[in-house]
Design a protein around this ligand. Structure first.
Ligand code: FAD
Ligand code: NAP
Length: 339
């Protein structure tokens, strides 16, 4: 095997997870090409694939082999007057690809600016923010089956995207290494989305009358920097739980007891409730137990103040889950992937 992809033993994972948890991998390898990965599969079966580590909680040391994805590359595979289809290597940094798209005048992912992590992890939970989701620009992805060792193509339908969900978090969990993702971006007549959250007011504050993909990206970056902790300063994995989606009939009963509840109507008589609001109502915002806590500006973000162990973060998450269940009868589901 190529020496550059030698498997290393007992590797610290602290630099590889944005919660900054101190844990070790029994075996660890970084792969830079598909060929290297296929070669690896001749003698080993990976237990976990890791991208930027911005959506994982390491509860403790990880037994088995972790493969860290470093597959690079960007290629325009199809182009018309109106759009481009770009195939990105799965190890490309998501936000850098957003900036690259904007620099080239390609629209569609500007609202997804500053989301940490890799291109390859983006379909895993159909990343979303400010009214846009990956599925809105997704064409297809390539993935290698860890056991069968063959490459498969997944189109939109095969990915079964949902709200922070895909087939890769459900039926096919842990079975594939996503190696490339193709997105379709607009070259003109961009579908701008400024209606969500503080985008419009931020654009106005910035003196922007006619927003474009660049100014929207700038506004999103500005809002995110003011509301979310930078993992480089304070360990976190973004939203720890998904926003619960419940039937309207259940919501109506909860609203009787909690008339101030915040909600967003969804199709088919479902309602989405911001998990951050529920957690805040239970008194958890800005609280900490040891070094595990919730962020002072957004209770949905669990933070590591320095020395929290993965187990301590998990215990806090469970306490939060219990309080929300006790107060509202809603069971929060973790969005973060627990290793
Ligand atoms: P990792 O954390 O490394 O992995 C996540 C999961 O995907 C793991 O189960 C892993 O095994 C699997 N995986 C990773 N790569 C592959 C691959 N190539 N093939 C197969 N499986 C793979 N998410 C949002 O949706 N919207 C947001 O606005 C958002 N904001 C965030 C803000 C902050 C400050 C942080 C820390 C996180 C935020 N997140 C957000 C969560 C996170 O950034 C995304 O989920 C991101 O896509 C994770 O990418 P990653 O490369 O770090 O994945
Ligand atoms: P926010 O604007 O304070 O809103 C709280 C929640 O309410 C959001 O999660 C959002 O759900 C929902 N919401 C707000 N406006 C809405 C609207 N017009 N229509 C439907 N739903 C609406 O949220 P925030 O914490 O500052 O985050 C801003 C955006 O970044 C959100 O889209 C959020 O999902 C995303 N984000 C995600 C993560 C992560 O790790 N997953 C971390 C940070 C931020 P949605 O989540 O469905 O948008």
């Amino acid at each position: 095997m190529d020496k550059s992809i030698e498997i290393r033993a007992n590797v610290s994972l602290q630099p590889y997870n944005t919660l900054g948890i101190k844990a070790h991998a029994a075996q660890f390898i970084e792969v830079n090409s598909e060929t290297q990965f296929i070669e690896l599969l001749d003698t080993n079966t990976p237990d976990y694939i890791l991208g930027g580590g911005s959506n994982v909680l390491l509860r403790g040391d990880v037994e088995g082999l972790i493969v860290r994805n470093n597959l690079k590359g960007k290629e325009i595979v199809h182009e018309t007057d109106d759009m481009v289809q770009v195939r990105f290597g799965a190890g490309e940094n998501w936000h850098e690809c957003v900036l690259w798209a904007i620099e080239n005048g390609y629209g569609g992912i500007e609202n997804l600016s500053l989301i940490p992590g890799t291109i390859g992890a983006a379909p895993m939970q159909n990343i979303g923010a400010y009214g846009v989701e990956l599925k809105d620009v997704f064409v297809e992805l390539e993935a290698i089956h860890l056991q069968e060792k063959n490459k498969q193509i997944f189109d939109h339908t095969a990915c079964a995207f949902g709200y922070r969900e895909s087939v890769f978090k459900k039926e096919l969990k842990g079975q594939f290494f996503i190696t490339a993702v193709t997105l379709q971006l607009t070259k003109k007549n961009h579908k701008l989305n400024t209606s969500y959250g503080a985008i419009q007011t931020t654009l106005e504050k910035n003196g922007i009358q006619s927003p474009d993909i660049k100014s929207i990206s700038g506004a999103v970056i500005q809002i995110r920097q003011s509301k979310l902790p930078d993992p480089a300063d304070l360990g976190n994995a973004g939203s720890f739980f998904k926003n619960p989606v419940i039937p309207k009939s259940q919501f109506d009963l909860i609203k009787l007891a909690h008339p101030n509840i915040i909600s967003y109507d969804l199709p088919d008589d479902f309602v989405k409730i911001p998990a951050g609001w529920l957690i805040e109502q239970c008194g958890w915002k800005g609280k900490r137990i040891g070094d595990a806590g919730t962020y002072k500006y957004q209770a949905l973000v669990i933070v590591n103040h320095g020395e929290a162990s993965g187990e301590e973060i998990w215990q806090l998450a469970q306490k939060i889950q219990q309080s929300v269940n006790d107060k509202f009868g809603i069971k929060l589901t973790p969005e973060v992937n627990v290793f």
